[in-house]
Write a protein that binds this ligand. Structure first.
Ligand SMILES: Cc1cc2nc3c(=O)[nH]c(=O)nc-3n(C[C@H](O)[C@H](O)[C@H](O)COP(=O)(O)OP(=O)(O)OC[C@H]3O[C@@H](n4cnc5c(N)ncnc54)[C@H](O)[C@@H]3O)c2cc1C
Length: 465
């Protein structure tokens, strides 16, 4: 996730409505499903749920399976951990003005949004070598922003072109920056400025992967769903009613020319379900251990095996007041400390308290994840007080996404050359099995990607012969 750093845009309702214009042919499956098909969907995250929603509208028979006891997967609002009714997002947190699939469903279910990163005149910090330091904004303008413009609009159909892949996917971010004259010292400062998304280091990841994230995050304003993002998957799931089966884990996929059969475990009991088609909307690290017969194509197997996922660990510290505001600070800080990037994730919520969220990814996330919960919180609070001295911890909670057995990582994060070699295989159908999920979309790592992929898969199944 990219934080849309320093975005001070104040959106109006008109902007929202403008943004919700969808690409031609994206939706409108309504009534298209004649004769109705029997469709299984594994995964009740936004990808699986949106696919189910569209296919039900079309008149198909749909069953959704999820191993968890609730819908939403990586859209997870932490509601019981804090005082004053404040809440925090463990997974997806903000979305952009140009994220038309998110905006579409937000409007479909009459959810309210509020602006994110709405700092007004408050200052955001860069904290480096034990003190507040100058930001990397000038360097970003010199080296990163021109490259972001060069990669065009990642939300445009057909993106990325083979030219873009050749130019930007085969190299890492440090190679790109070096080739444009950045010194090692400048690259180090940029890495802190972009600490939320460049934390794997600038060497292993595809430059296109990082530039794409920047481009998606920075276009226009950002929003949150007022009251918590989990309202969106809950609304989708409740419209599907008893079609969604919880605590049901996919174990095996078997297909022949006539049907697909899945073996599932429902609260300790094994059973089989057959249908015309399956949409597999579960993360690839989990799919690695699911038995598939006959096996998928070579290209698909390689994509499932090799697709890289980023590590993210987040620690949330609720403070009795927001002392940073009195200092004229927004609460946002990009740091070189073990706490990564910090911001007030209860921004815009009522109450005098604030929740400082410490977002780490890559190596810092893995180091925090290796600690026990009390050690993790202790390390974070100690370091947080170096940046915001008046902050005290009333309640604290953490989440390490690598440790979630139903994802085993945070989101797809392509290493050098993987967008060129793996993307073409990730979303491609395998007989009666179709694929959805953020990792199958050019907008991976975003709710927009999950919803886009759900819609694409719904259309593919609807049209399948
Ligand atoms: C730390 C973090 C920060 C993020 N920040 C943002 C952000 O600010 N903005 C944004 O737009 N997006 C953000 N995202 C990304 C966003 O959350 C995801 O892109 C999106 O929610 C993925 O949806 P999905 O349906 O593809 O996958 P998931 O939500 O993971 O859904 C997959 C479902 O499959 C189920 N499942 C897994 N294995 C099995 C099995 N064997 N059998 C049955 N069910 C199974 C899981 O329980 C899960 O419910 C963030 C994600 C993370 C983790």
């Amino acid at each position: 996730m990219n934080l849309g750093r320093f975005a001070l845009y104040n959106p109006s309702r008109r902007d929202l409505l403008k943004a919700a214009i969808l690409p031609a042919g994206s939706f409108s499956l309504r009534g298209a499903g004649r004769p109705p098909k029997r469709i299984l969907i594994a995964g009740a995250g936004l990808a699986g749920l949106s696919a189910a929603y569209e296919l039900v509208q079309a008149g198909h028979q749909v069953i959704v399976l999820d191993a968890r006891g609730h819908p939403g997967g990586r859209v997870l609002t932490l509601r019981d951990s804090f005082a004053d009714g404040q809440y925090a997002e463990a997974g997806a947190e903000t979305f952009g003005q140009t994220h038309n699939f998110v905006q579409h469903y937000v409007q479909e279910f009459h959810l309210e949004t509020m602006p994110a990163w709405n700092f007004g005149t408050l200052t955001s910090l860069v904290f480096r070598d034990g003190r507040r330091s100058g930001s990397g904004s000038d360097l970003s303008r010199k080296y990163v922003q021109p490259a972001v413009r060069e990669i065009g609009d990642p939300l445009a159909p057909g993106w990325p072109s083979s030219d873009l892949l050749r130019q930007f996917d085969r190299i890492s971010m440090s190679e790109l920056l070096e080739s444009r004259g950045a010194s090692p010292e400048e690259i180090a400062l940029l890495q802190i400025t972009y600490s939320d998304s460049w934390d794997n280091g600038t060497a292993p990841d595809s430059a296109l992967c990082l530039l794409r994230d920047e481009a998606i995050a920075r276009k226009g304003a950002s929003f949150r769903i007022r009251g918590g993002n989990d309202q969106l998957p809950k609304a989708l799931a409740s419209s599907l009613g008893a079609r969604v089966h919880y605590r049901t884990t996919l174990l095996r996929i078997q297909q022949n020319s006539k049907q697909v059969t899945v073996t599932v475990n429902t609260s300790g009991r094994r059973s089989q379900i057959s249908a015309d088609y399956l949409i597999c909307a579960i993360p690839f690290p989990v799919l690695r251990s699911i038995e598939v017969s006959p096996g998928f194509s070579e290209g698909k197997q390689r994509a499932i095996r090799e697709l890289s996922y980023n590590s993210v660990t987040r620690v949330y510290v609720q403070s009795p007041t927001r002392p940073w505001i009195a200092e004229g600070l927004s609460g946002f800080a990009a740091t070189d400390l073990p706490i990564g990037t910090v911001w007030d994730c209860a921004e815009g919520q009522p109450g005098v308290r604030g929740i400082l969220e410490c977002y780490t990814s890559g190596e810092r996330a893995r180091r925090l994840a290796s600690l026990s919960e009390p050690q993790r919180v202790g390390t974070v609070v100690e370091n947080l007080q170096k940046v915001f001295p008046g902050v005290s911890s009333e309640k604290a909670v953490s989440i390490a996404w690598d440790a979630d057995p139903l994802v085993k990582g945070a989101f797809a994060w392509f290493k050098r050359d993987q967008m060129s070699t793996l993307l073409p295989h990730i979303a491609r159908r395998e007989g009666r099995v179709f694929f959805a999920g953020e990792h199958t979309s050019p907008w991976f790592g975003w709710m927009q990607g999950a919803l886009e992929s759900g819609n694409r898969a719904a259309h593919e199944v609807n049209d399948a012969k």
